[in-house]
Design a binder for this molecule. Structure first.
Ligand code: PLP
Length: 350
């Protein structure tokens, strides 16, 4: 293991920053009968007239319990997208630092690099969609702050091999961000369990996929207490609203419901897979550890349009490297998948 020091990675302005102290920071509502005249809120109770907890304590309490990790190692954001943006803003000096991503992958890393004026270096996955670890480590320079790995990866659907991820963790002195948006669909263990081993590891998860709450916008970041403390300094105080916190708690506490839906989706994924194999114009169905299937077809633009005409919206991923003529299908309900299957069977194979 190389010598890792977090201090050298943090932006100078963030190091010296003093975060905004909100009214709810200075005096914590503890359920007692206090009279709150501190935050210029409207006093007439409607369930939403008070500012939300800026530290999302009750959400984190549930997450800490579920994941077996202290609350001090958890940051909650307005979707993973906010969490990822905070990582750029905390660690990457605009126009100076760079990050590495591994296309084909999630598009937001590059967009966030653009917004924050951070150079994004790209190292393609191998032909079997695994990280080219030697090349990744060769691409690291003195200004590389973050490497983003998405596992299970979007849009390729596969998980990365443990040995590859470990090699990057051990060989990189910056921060490795593992985006686990689809981890609840995978049998693989989350990298959260390795946070104690690797001080440069950051894991992000979301309530947008398996938990079925894309609409509330909640993403979660797990990392060392030191990393989380830095992110807390720069996050907007009320970044997660009250409705979202309430809904998230309900969803997180319903683990039986989660399991039921995940199993249904995984069962349906195999039904759709079997069908896709039999379609003449489908050339390849890639292995999936997520709630979608990536397929290679004869002509993705044509098949995309034909499916649209039958009322099915797929995702054409053909512009991504290594993804020529690919369509990505999210697994829907049994009913929705039947529509997809019927539509696929009706298309001309010529
Ligand atoms: C869907 C998805 C997310 C989720 O982002 P949210 O902002 O939490 O909705 C994150 N990462 C990847 C790779 C995704 O596909």
């Amino acid at each position: 293991m190389m010598k890792f020091t977090l201090d050298g990675l943090v932006r100078e302005n963030v190091k010296s920053l003093k975060p905004y102290s909100s009214a709810r920071d200075e005096y914590l509502a503890d359920g007692s009968q206090m009279v709150f005249l501190d935050a210029n809120e409207n006093p007439f109770e409607n369930g939403m007239n008070r500012y939300p907890d800026p530290h999302q304590r009750s959400v984190k309490n549930i997450l800490a319990d579920l994941k077996g990790i202290p609350e001090s190692q958890i940051l909650v954001g307005n979707g993973s997208d906010e969490v990822l943006d905070l990582l750029f803003r905390a660690f990457c000096e605009p126009k100076v630092d760079n990050v590495i991503i591994l296309p084909p992958t999630y598009g937001m890393y590059k967009v966030l690099g653009g917004i924050n004026e951070i150079r994004v270096k790209e190292v393609l996955l191998t032909n079997d969609f695994q990280p080219n670890t030697d090349q990744v480590l060769d691409t690291v320079d003195g200004r590389t702050k973050l490497i983003f790995l998405c596992s299970p990866n979007n849009p390729t659907a596969n998980s990365f091999e443990t040995a590859h991820i470990e090699q990057v963790l051990k060989g990189f002195n910056g921060l490795l961000v593992i985006d686990e948006a689809y981890i609840d669909f995978s049998k693989k263990e989350s990298w959260i369990s390795k946070l104690g081993t690797y001080p440069n590891l950051i894991v992000t998860q979301t309530l947008s996929k398996a938990y079925g709450m894309a609409g509330i916008r909640m993403g979660v970041c797990y990392a060392s207490e030191a990393i989380i403390a830095i992110l807390k300094k720069i996050k907007p105080p009320y970044n997660v609203n009250e409705l979202t916190q309430q809904q998230a708690k309900k969803g997180l506490l319903d683990q039986k419901g989660l399991e039921k839906q995940v199993n249904a989706i995984l069962g349906q994924r195999e039904v759709v897979r079997q069908t896709l194999y039999k379609i003449g114009f489908v050339r390849e169905v890639f292995p999936s550890d997520a709630n979608f299937l990536l397929t290679r077809v004869d002509d993705a633009d044509r098949r995309y349009t034909e499916l649209l005409q039958k009322g099915i919206v797929a995702r054409n991923r053909s512009t991504q490297p290594l993804c020529e003529n690919t369509l990505r299908f999210t697994i829907g309900t049994a009913e929705e998948n039947k529509h997809l299957i019927n539509a696929l069977n009706e298309l001309d194979n010529e």
